[in-house]
Structures are given as structure tokens and as C-alpha cells.
Design a protein. Structure first.
Length: 114
């Protein structure tokens, strides 16, 4: 009986540790430079657009474009599991909540010519 309890507890602890690694918080998906730009008062308002690179877990860009557009991002181009999008800070935060997104980083030309 005691061995069974120890075995069940060890499986429970192991599963809880693995589950923490699998589920990322949405803020951990954002690049450090992108977080700084999004906190900048010039880009925090809804009028300024930021260009980002989204890396996904799978090659599903043709299916997921409409989901990104629903949260307010404009898809510039896509290739494989990488999509380049433009949007404001709030729409980028909303897109980071999707499970299929692995990482969102700042594009080299993040400020759009206006």
C-alpha cells in the first residue's frame, strides 16, 4: 500500500513538472525587444503599427491567417511556419494567447513608413 502511494505521488509530481514546461504563458512568447517597444508610449497607443515575425509550431500558415486577422493583425507575408504581420500592441498581445504560436519577435523594420 505504501509503495503504491509513493508511486502515485511520484507520477503526480512528474506530470505537474512536465505540464509546466509545456504550457507557456503568453508573455513568455514575446521577444524582449518587442516587449520594450510595446511599452514605449509612442507605440502603446492604438494608431502606431508594429511589424512582427510570428513563429508557429507547425506549418499551418494558410489555415491560421484568418485567426490572426480576427484579432487585428494584418498578414504581410508567410512562408512555412513563419508569418510576418503588422498590428498595434493590443492585437499582438491578443495573438500571443493562441496555442499554435511559439514565439513573436520584433522585425528589423518594425516601424512602418507613414
Amino acid at each position: 500500500m505504501r509503495k503504491l502511494c509513493i508511486l502515485l505521488l511520484s507520477v503526480l509530481v512528474l506530470f505537474s513538472c512536465v505540464k509546466k514546461d509545456i504550457s507557456k504563458t503568453f508573455e513568455s512568447k514575446l521577444d524582449a525587444k518587442l516587449k520594450l517597444v510595446m511599452k514605449d508610449p509612442n507605440y502603446a497607443n492604438k494608431d502606431k503599427q508594429i511589424r512582427c515575425v510570428i513563429e508557429m509550431y507547425k506549418n499551418l500558415d494558410f489555415i491560421l491567417k484568418d485567426k490572426l486577422e480576427r484579432v487585428g493583425l494584418k498578414v504581410v507575408t508567410s512562408a512555412g511556419n513563419i508569418i510576418i504581420v503588422e498590428g498595434n500592441a493590443q492585437s499582438i498581445y491578443n495573438a500571443a494567447r493562441f496555442d499554435f504560436i511559439h514565439r513573436i519577435s520584433l522585425s528589423h523594420d518594425y516601424q512602418l513608413k507613414q
